[in-house]
Design a protein around this ligand. Structure first.
Ligand code: AHR
Length: 331
């Protein structure tokens, strides 16, 4: 950590070299970290959803100076290219650890080989990556997205049974997240696998709303124009579900009643929506990775072996338990 500190300070003083090319980095080195601090670069996907904002908050508060970290944070604005640039900057700055919340699963081999060549351990957070060599990252912490999709489908199948609708034709539209992200791939696989045994269940359309509320609303408005017989909307995150609910209300539909709304994340606003009867279920995706990442980074720096894969604990929330759970929600 000390050697890296020297690099940072020298770069700042002479105003040239790897850390002098951008004013943001110069700002960072003015806050010179103490030599016992872990310098960690975190490449975040963006700020596309309430979930992501909660994730950033959790990471920033756990990777704090008070907790022994000097954090260099980079927001990629949902672009993998920006993430690759940020990782190269972290390598140039000789950080101790790199953490990445990857936008999509593929396309990481080259930049992670560069991190490995520089002997910088890499922690993958939230979504997974697909690489040719598993030693390119030290560990991953995130959600079982496929299980989340399965949980959503199981709830729906049970709901149809309990309401005597399990023999009727059912039409579903799916608002997917960012295509190629583990959250999109896993939730789609888990959900579609679980419903495929039911011949009365039809998926009319699957279209990406990019995990944002605005795009979710836009896609839903277009689906409403194409299909007049939608029974269920599956939005792969809460923000797209809020957009879809807005689109349904605009045309006089009753989301949560005429049309079932299934969602993922379980952010605070989803609880309000379930209490108001507009969203039926939100399968939790836990964004509070910060404390676990901090612990992993400390162990890695001490040379303590860490588990390669770690899953977050998650639950399913519905209109039945939303009111009781709302006061406990942290995000
Ligand atoms: O990867 C986690 C997903 O990304 C969350 O479901 C979504 O809200 C976020 O943007």
């Amino acid at each position: 950590m000390k050697a890296k500190l020297v690099v940072l300070v020298v770069g700042f003083i002479i105003g040239v070299g790897v850390i002098s090319s951008c004013s943001k980095k110069e700002q960072k080195v003015t806050e010179v970290p103490a030599d016992n601090m872990i310098i960690i670069g975190f490449s975040q996907v963006g700020a596309e959803s309430d979930w992501r904002i909660a994730n950033t908050k959790s990471m920033k508060s756990a990777l704090s100076e008070a907790n022994g970290f000097h954090l260099i944070f980079a927001d990629a604005q949902q672009k993998q290219d920006n993430q690759i640039k940020a990782i190269r900057d972290f390598i140039a700055q000789e950080v101790d650890v790199i953490a990445i919340a990857p936008a999509t699963e593929t396309g990481w081999d080259v930049v992670l080989q560069e991190a490995k060549a520089a002997s910088i351990p890499v922690i993958i957070v939230d979504r997974m990556i697909k690489v040719s060599d598993e030693s390119l990252y030290t560990c991953w912490i995130g959600s079982d997205f496929e299980n989340e999709g399965r949980e959503a489908a199981n709830w729906l199948i049970q709901y149809w049974k309990e309401s005597g609708k399990d023999k009727e034709d059912q039409n579903i539209v799916i608002l997917q997240g960012t295509i190629g992200s583990t959250a999109q791939i896993g939730r789609s696989q888990g959900f579609n696998e679980a419903i495929k045994a039911y011949s009365n269940v039809h998926v009319l359309a699957e279209q990406s709303g990019e995990f944002t509320q605005a795009k979710g609303q836009e896609v839903m408005e277009s689906l409403i124009k194409q299909y007049d017989d939608i029974d269920v909307v599956v939005a792969q995150n809460d923000n797209m579900a809020f957009g879809a609910i807005g689109a349904l209300k605009k045309v006089g539909k009753n989301p949560g009643k005429d049309i079932i709304v299934i969602s993922f994340d379980a952010v605070k606003a989803a609880f309000t929506s379930m209490i108001e009867g507009e969203m039926n279920i939100s399968v939790e995706c836990n964004p509070l990775h910060g404390p676990r990442v901090a612990e992993l980074a400390k162990n890695i720096m001490k040379g303590v072996a860490v588990n390669k894969i770690q899953y977050m604990e998650e639950r399913v929330y519905t209109q039945e338990n939303a009111l009781t759970e709302l006061p406990n929600r942290q995000y």
